[in-house]
Design a protein around this ligand. Structure first.
Ligand code: ADP
Ligand code: MG
Length: 244
């Protein structure tokens, strides 16, 4: 694959005395989909949050498209445009329509004129299958629809990389598929993605590489087939045995 868009190099993260990321090395190539799996508390969310500086690291370096994200030349606002993030909770603005939620970032942050931002918002909502819901308010939408609005909202900033942190975990089971389908489409279109999920079907089908975290470390990484068929580490074997 081509150049690395996201690079973690010997990254250390502490919360007080707790060492949460331990010398993590990880890179995501342009157009690659890396799926992070691992037990609760292993550091998956923290790993993602450090990449757009929702958390600061205490050691090592993170680079986006070759540029260190911390340090004198770094600009957090620009970084958050480059690195889009979607969370388990959608956090849409309740008083804005779907189109309004998607348009507000480009308009307020990037200075895109409001009519143009709204037009782009409708295109993005179309892309996530919500053209008919553009004028609906969040409380008129299902969880799956709201999460797709949240994805469209992140895409509206035209990010280079998308981070997804358990974005289907809060959804009713019957709504999970529509969100995973949108993520699969994005991957097919060539979006670079770092995805934390418990959806192993998605990991297998859409992931280019699976990364297993345990206790703050990357303990195994491999293409899906190798990871699921023949894990190389004890942790990997144990993780898989618990899935069955
Ligand atoms: P995961 O997403 O894999 O469940 P997290 O990254 O959320 O793991 O958490 C990793 C570890 O860091 C856990 O031990 C968790 O309790 C701790 N942690 C996470 N966020 C904070 C925080 N804001 N303050 C203190 N400890 C935290
Ligand atoms: Mg988490």
């Amino acid at each position: 694959m081509s150049r690395a868009l996201v690079e973690y190099e010997r990254v250390d993260k502490y919360f007080g005395e707790t060492h949460v990321l331990k010398e993590v090395d990880l890179s995501v190539a342009n157009r690659e989909v890396v799926v992070v799996v691992g037990p609760s508390g292993s550091g998956k969310s923290t790993l993602l949050r450090c990449a757009n500086r929702l958390e600061e690291i205490q050691g090592g370096e993170i680079r986006i498209d070759g540029e260190p994200i911390s340090g004198p030349d770094a600009n957090v606002n620009e970084l958050r445009q480059q690195v889009g993030m979607v969370f388990q909770s959608f956090n849409l603005f309740p008083h804005m329509t779907a189109a309004g939620n998607v348009a507000v970032g480009p308009h307020k942050v990037k200075g895109v004129p409001e009519t143009e931002a709204r037009r782009q918002a409708r295109d993005l909502l179309d892309r996530v299958g919500l053209d008919a819901q553009a004028d609906s308010y969040p409380d008129e939408l299902s969880g799956g629809q709201q999460q797709r609005v949240a994805i469209a909202r992140a895409l509206a900033m035209d990010p280079q990389v998308m981070l997804f942190d358990e974005v289907t975990s809060a959804l009713d089971p019957e709504l999970v598929g529509e969100v995973l389908d949108v993520m699969g489409d994005l991957a097919t279109e060539g979006m670079t993605m770092l995805v934390v999920t418990h959806e192993m079907g998605f990991a297998r089908e859409v992931g280019d590489r699976i990364v297993l975290m345990s206790d703050g470390r990357v303990v195994e990484q491999a293409p899906p087939e190798a990871f699921f068929e023949s894990p190389q580490t004890e942790r990997g074997k144990r993780f898989l045995s618990r899935l069955l």
